[in-house]
Structure formats: structure tokens, C-alpha cells
Design a protein around this ligand. Structure first.
Ligand SMILES: [Zn+2]
Length: 268
């Protein structure tokens, strides 16, 4: 199971590289087949083996010898490693599903969050179609899992409430920030990403994801300001923190929730 998860994660990581490159450019993610972004040459399947091809080609295009970013194998390794975590028992927010469908559900969530985080990092935008399909798939799987586990529509109901809550709270914060600061504190893309997280994680999972995102975002903002890497009013994307929070919530919601309501003697 772990080996299967690793291999699936590596291959899907390879596809996510294509998504991250093409989606912000408005290109199709399925057509044409993979080609070198530098010389445009079609790449044979032997150049598309995750991680291995990059190592064997020593990070160069076989045809134009232009450099291939180390980001490609790194994303593949990250995806592979996270799929192994997703295959651990007790992970997931759709109830006690069988391990394999639960792994596939987690893998789909990761395949939405990873490109969203990377595209937001690079462009400060969260592509609308990816958020929309994220909400739809989260609600569809809630309905399916609820039916499969004999819970009726209860799971779908609560995940729908969570999606609406995420959207409205983040739109509220965005509007309030605009009134108080004169500039949007949060983009509307963040509200759509919060709706996605609600659809996948439910209310408790959404709360955990947002708490993690706020803590990580505040820590990043503070260290950025203090170290001078971030200017006084320089904005930075919040989507990556929401994505990390969402993934951690899928992986370990109960443990993080316990930490949230009972922070311990340190008061953290
Ligand atoms: Zn090339």
C-alpha cells in the first residue's frame, strides 16, 4: 500500500507540474502532450519518468540542452512523500472508509491544494476553475461517502454548511479589511479556497485548517518583516498557508483540534 501510494504520488506529481505551468497561462492541461517549454520539442515517454528522467538527463533538455528546473523533481518527490502520509491509517475526513478509496480521496485533495499553493506563490492568484472543481468534488465525495457509510445525507449537509461558512467568513474578512485598511487584506480567491476546504473537511476540519493557516501566516509575516525580506506594506499570498492547513487538517484533524481547544500550560 505504501509503495503503491509512493508510485501514484510520484506520477501524479509529474502531472501537477504540468498543471502548475499551464493553468496560469490559460493552456489546456491535457493537450498537447508534454513538450520542452524552451524549444517546444515533444518529449518521449522516457523523458517523463518522475525524478529518474531529471536525474538521468542531469537537469537538461535532451534536445536543446536548456536547463530543466529542479522544481520538477522536487514537486514529484513532495507529492510522492505526501501520498505515503495520506496512506497512513486514521487519516481523512469522510469517515471510516476502506484504505484505498480513502487514499484516493486524500490524493485528489492534495492534487487540488498543491497546484493552488504553488500557483498562488508564483502569481498571487488562485485559479477559479480549480477552486470551483475543488468545492464540487468535495461535496460529491461527501455525498458518496455518506451514502456508502449509511449516514444518509448528513455528511453532505455538514460539509455544505462548512463550505458556505468558509466562503462567507473569508468574504466578510476581505470586505472588512477593505473598509478598515483601504486595501483588500485577503483576496476573494482565499474565500473560494476556504469554501473548498469546508467542502472537503467539514466545520471542525475547516476550523483546524484556518487556525493552522493563521498561525503559519502570522509567523511568516512576522519573520519576513523582522528580517527585512518583506517590505512594510508588501502583500504576500495567504493561499499556501490555507493549503498547508487544509492538508494538515486532513492528516491529523483530531490531534490538532485537541491542541486548539486545550493548548497546554505554555498557552500556545
Ligand atoms: Zn528543449
Amino acid at each position: 500500500m505504501m509503495l503503491l501510494a509512493l508510485l501514484l504520488g510520484l506520477c501524479i506529481g509529474s502531472f501537477l507540474n504540468v498543471v502548475v505551468w499551464r493553468l496560469p497561462r490559460g493552456e489546456s492541461v491535457v493537450w498537447p502532450g508534454s513538450h520542452c517549454p524552451r524549444c517546444g520539442h515533444d518529449l518521449p515517454w522516457t523523458n517523463n519518468i518522475p525524478v529518474l528522467s531529471w536525474v538521468l538527463l542531469r537537469g537538461q533538455c535532451q534536445f536543446c540542452h536548456g536547463p530543466i528546473s529542479v522544481q520538477y523533481p522536487l514537486i514529484e518527490l513532495l507529492s510522492g512523500g505526501l501520498w505515503v502520509l495520506l496512506a497512513q491509517p486514521g487519516v481523512g475526513r469522510f469517515g471510516p472508509l476502506d484504505p484505498f478509496p480513502n487514499l484516493l480521496a486524500g490524493g485528489l485533495l492534495l492534487s487540488l491544494l498543491l497546484p493552488l499553493a504553488l500557483i498562488d506563490l508564483r502569481t498571487m492568484r488562485l485559479p477559479e476553475p480549480l477552486c470551483r472543481w475543488g468545492v464540487i468534488s468535495g461535496l460529491a465525495l461527501s455525498a458518496l461517502a455518506g451514502w456508502w457509510l449509511g449516514l444518509g445525507t448528513e455528511l453532505l449537509l455538514w460539509h455544505s454548511v462548512a463550505a458556505a461558512t468558509g466562503l462567507l467568513i473569508f468574504e466578510g474578512i476581505s470586505g472588512l479589511g477593505e473598509k478598515l485598511l483601504g486595501a483588500p487584506a485577503l483576496g476573494l480567491g482565499d474565500a473560494k479556497l476556504a469554501a473548498l476546504l469546508g467542502a472537503w473537511l467539514g466545520l471542525q476540519g475547516l476550523a483546524v485548517a484556518c487556525a493552522v493557516a493563521v498561525v503559519l501566516g502570522a509567523a511568516f509575516g512576522l519573520t519576513g518583516r523582522l528580517s527585512g525580506l518583506l517590505g512594510p506594506k508588501q502583500p504576500f499570498p495567504f493561499g499556501p498557508f490555507l493549503a498547508v492547513g487544509g492538508l494538515l487538517s486532513w492528516l491529523a484533524c483530531d490531534a490538532l483540534w485537541a491542541l486548539l481547544i486545550n493548548p497546554g500550560p505554555m498557552g500556545f
